[in-house]
Design a protein around this ligand. Structure first.
Ligand SMILES: Cc1cc2nc3c(=O)[nH]c(=O)nc-3n(C[C@H](O)[C@H](O)[C@H](O)COP(=O)(O)O)c2cc1C
Ligand code: SF4
Length: 679
């Protein structure tokens, strides 16, 4: 029997959880027609198989029709959810994991133009900035209807066989009642008395209890400190916990700190890379001690050592490692096998979460199999035939290709012109705030070394270098170079965002950053320049700046840039640049027409993505069996490529990542995984 605190079972009422590691509720936006179908199920089953004790499914599964699915939530108000949830639950149970589901009414945290176009409802007219909807103030008939909806949904989930339910009570309807900031009702559901503000929550729990009985597990995930003047503070938060426990109706608490009505608020609740690890663990411990109540908690506990400490020190009863499990679903298995050092690290990039707020599905920036369990493997199967695989480039695409080819058992050699692996990620990681990104490369390097992949750093691979290796397969992952030739005149007078980030070019003192790629590099360069005390204007022809950076990732940039001498200009386009003595004159127009302005600056920085470095690919193409072609149908179906176009060729040739076209880290890694898993 292991003595590892993380591997000790935990008894919650009648339910024995096999260890202390859980996945907290998170909506990855995988439902189809609002239902947790195959994709959703396989995502959870993968983690159940690998040993997680409890998976809290859904995020914010909607109990009412006027809680429309703003990020493709599960529709718990439909009866057809029962068989889907049952299938998911049964399969997770077969692998020993407990399954619960988070239910909610989103209140004002949604939009009226989704779902059935019903008005958004809340205990006041005040809107949540992040979702923009002005709510209707809730009426008595709404209250009784919604209490009934919660009870109906609880009954459905019990019928599906789940082990319990959690109520989302931070930033959603139930908590909008509790917070004085979002409740302008009078008694009995509003006013200064906490009991009145908690009344809606307690009536919901009572309504659910009447349907599901006293044995069924019900917990509350609530904010113990909204971190807003006039909101719920820690003293009141602890009092809420005490009252929940005293009610005898609630079985566990899941501790949150903060508020989620704005992007910065949400980012503090779910911290991203560069922010402190486990920032609220002590608070969770304090609440646990003050309430003597089973306590769950998650907030950037990405590593096993901190999770172990959280349990050993009695801070929590169950520790959430949610994004950590998106990155590596096999954490528990690896802990049990004493292979913690092989866990793929969550780097806090928050690509997963930011995507769902843009209407996409949650994908992990560096595990392309997550959310694609139907087609992509987390464990790579060995190949039936060992082949010589030559990879050119050790950026994210090349490193993933090397890792997967190594795991297939191939004889792999990687050529890289630089002295170190990493490519563009090495540039990204120059920002102290984004330094965690380098783990994407370090983890792959360690994996490759353990599998005997050979690296030739500082080597510029030419056609002959490759041919001399007698390869069966050549993969070109050479990435790209900054593309700055976008002006009508003056292209020779500008520098690239990479020039600034790498330190190759000294920042000017009055700088125009023209960013129509809208990705991290533009803002990163602006930050480097502004940090020297320079004035920076960040200009884009788009309607909003840095759209590829997305909501939560923008927060740390704004917290930095707004304190520096920066301005943001949207809907203007840099047309040309010319010299003016020691300085430059930038001519600015607009896609909307009829505008011509001038800026006097001493430096112009362009961020316009990359141009593929593809000479080697085109040189090798005629000698390859497939003439560089990829059969997309077979690629998508997970079938090996056939490579038959040129019978005189001696190797198959493929191109992945930015060597094809400027995209992002996830795209590069997905390119590599889905191609190489079948080589
Ligand atoms: C894609 C995604 C969706 C999420 N959706 C929800 C949600 O619907 N309800 C909820 O309570 N928390 C949600 N969360 C927050 C997680 O439960 C968790 O609190 C957060 O990720 C911090 O824990 P971690 O650092 O272990 O990932 C979501 C997180 C992610 C990554
Ligand atoms: S995208 Fe980033 S934060 Fe999200 S799971 Fe992957 S590594 Fe972690």
């Amino acid at each position: 029997m292991s003595t590892d605190p993380l591997l000790q079972p935990y008894k919650l009422k009648h339910l024995t959880l096999r260890n202390r590691i859980m996945i907290t509720s998170h909506e990855p936006a995988y439902p189809e027609d609002g239902m947790p179908k195959d994709r959703y199920r396989l995502y959870h089953v993968e983690r159940a198989k690998a040993g997680v004790a409890l998976t809290m499914t859904a995020g914010s599964a909607a109990v009412s029709r006027d809680s429309p699915p703003v990020f493709n939530n599960i529709l718990a108000y439909k009866d057809e959810v029962v068989p889907w949830m049952k299938k998911l639950t049964d399969e997770c149970h077969e692998h020993g994991a407990a399954v619960m589901i988070q239910l909610t009414h989103l209140g004002r945290r949604t939009r009226w133009d989704k779902g059935d176009w019903l008005p958004v409802v809340a205990p006041s007219h005040s809107r949540a900035a992040a979702h923009r909807a002005f709510p209707k103030q809730i009426e008595d008939w709404d209250i009784s209807r919604i209490i009934r909806d919660f009870a109906d949904a609880a009954e459905r989930m019990q019928a599906a066989g789940v082990d319990g339910i959690e109520l989302e009570t931070y930033g959603h309807l139930l908590d909008q009642f509790i917070s004085p900031l979002t409740n302008t009702l009078e008694a009995p559901y509003g006013g200064p008395e906490l009991d009145n503000r908690m009344r809606m929550l307690m009536e919901v729990v009572q309504g659910m209890r009447q349907r599901v009985g006293n044995e069924f597990i019900i917990g509350i995930r609530y904010t113990v400190d909204e971190d807003l003047p006039g909101g719920v503070d820690k003293a009141e938060g602890i009092e809420i916990g005490r009252r929940l426990k005293a009610s005898g109706l609630v079985d566990f608490q899941n501790i949150i700190r903060g508020h989620i009505d704005t992007d910065p608020g949400l980012t503090d609740v779910i911290p991203i890379q560069g922010m402190k690890n486990s920032p609220y663990l002590d608070l969770a411990g304090e609440v646990r001690a003050a309430t003597d109540f089973p306590t769950f908690h998650a907030a950037k506990i990405p590593d096993v050592a901190t999770a172990r400490y959280a349990i050993a020190a009695g801070k929590v009863d169950m520790v959430g490692m949610t994004r950590a499990h998106m990155t590596d679903p096999h954490i528990v298995r690896k802990i049990m096998a004493r292979q913690e050092d092989t866990i793929r690290p969550c780097v806090g990039a928050n690509y997963c979460l930011d995507r769902i707020y843009q209407g996409g599905a949650a994908f992990c920036i560096h595990n392309a199999a997550t959310g694609r369990e139907e087609t992509m493997p987390h464990d790579i199967a060995p190949a039936s035939q060992r082949r010589k695989v030559v990879i050119v480039g050790a950026g994210p695409a090349g490193m993933e290709a090397a890792r997967v080819a190594g795991a297939r058992g191939h004889d792999v050699v990687v050529f890289e012109a630089a002295e170190n692996p990493g490519g563009q990620i090495r540039l990204t990681a120059q920002s102290p705030r984004r330094h965690e990104m380098i783990s994407i490369i370090d983890w792959r390097m360690a994996q490759c070394e353990s599998m005997g992949v050979a690296f030739r750093f500082g080597t510029w691979a030419e056609e002959e270098t490759i041919i001399a290796e007698k390869p069966d397969v050549v993969i070109i992952a050479t990435g790209g170079l900054p593309h700055t030739e976008v002006l009508s005149t003056g292209n020779d007078l500008v520098v690239s965002s990479w020039d600034i980030i790498s330190g190759d070019v000294k920042p000017g003192s009055n700088v125009l950053v023209f960013d129509d790629a809208g990705d991290h590099a533009g803002l990163q360069a602006a930050e480097v320049i502004a940090a020297t005390g320079a004035h920076v204007e960040i200009m884009t022809p788009d309607r909003s700046f840095a759209p590829e950076v997305m909501a939560m990732n923008l927060v740390p940039y704004m917290r930095s840039l707004q304190k520096l001498d920066t301005t943001f200009t949207v809907t203007y386009r840099l047309d040309s640049v010319r010299r003016d003595g020691n300085g430059l004159i930038a001519t600015v127009g607009s896609d909307y027409g009829g505008v011509s302005q001038e800026r006097h600056v001493d430096q112009v920085v362009i961020n316009h993505g990359t141009i593929p470095l593809d000479e080697l690919y085109f040189a090798l193409k005629p000698q390859s069996t497939n003439l560089g072609a990829v059969d997309y149908e077979r690629l998508i179906d997970g079938q090996p490529q056939l490579d038959v176009a040129n019978p005189d060729g001696t190797f198959a040739l493929y191109r992945i990542g930015d060597a094809v076209a400027a995209r992002n880290t996830h795209a590069a890694i997905y390119d590599a995984l889905r191609l190489v898993k079948d080589i």
